[in-house]
Design a protein around this ligand. Sequence first.
Ligand SMILES: Cc1cc2nc3c(=O)[nH]c(=O)nc-3n(C[C@H](O)[C@H](O)[C@H](O)COP(=O)(O)O)c2cc1C
Length: 199
Amino acid sequence: MVLSKQVIMELPWNDPISQKFVTQVGLITSEGNDGPNIMACKWTHHISYNPGLIAISLGLRKATVKNIRNTKEFGINLCSTDQSILSSIAGEYSGSSYDKIGASKELGFEYYKANKIKALMVKGASLNIECKLFQEIAFGDYIMFVGEAIDATHNTEKQPLVYHDGKYWSLEPILKPKLQQREFIQKVIEKHKKIKKNT
Ligand SMILES: Cc1cc2nc3c(=O)[nH]c(=O)nc-3n(C[C@H](O)[C@H](O)[C@H](O)COP(=O)(O)O)c2cc1C
């Protein structure tokens, strides 16, 4: 018997399909043998409320992977709209060859000492979360580190930077429909309510 071969798709970087996703940019800070480091990570996701867990997916060869494996901790700093240059620096050079923290400081970006971890945290980010490593899971060609939040602060004056189609964007709210339209939508939904049959 010949089984039909299932086609498994790749979704490569820079592909028009991959580019359709909309993400934030996490600036992942870590500490290692080569000194403090920062990398850009669009795959930064809040995945649990209790306990507070955040997942980041990193390519195997990133210097940040080595740092997190050694220290079992990392900082998540959600990039704000005035930090797109910092995201580009953190995302285009590797900490194994460049002191990105030193370079970004010289360009005017600032850091502060974390409360509970050794890594530096990014000043002026829209959100800062200090994490202890909770779990490491390999998925495809990436490795997901799940961090447990142990300290967090948010900046009410800063908006998170958006990443989509290989470009940076800022958020704009979409207005809620007017009351009359919301009432009409509600009526339509009620009309489609499923009637449970008694068994
Ligand atoms: C906006 C942006 C988002 C990125 N997102 C990710 C990501 O989610 N995961 C990843 O492994 N690399 C991502 N990168 C690439 C890394 O940040 C880049 O390879 C970096 O040099 C790794 O740094 P390191 O070697 O010092 O850890 C992104 C780059 C940019 C510019």
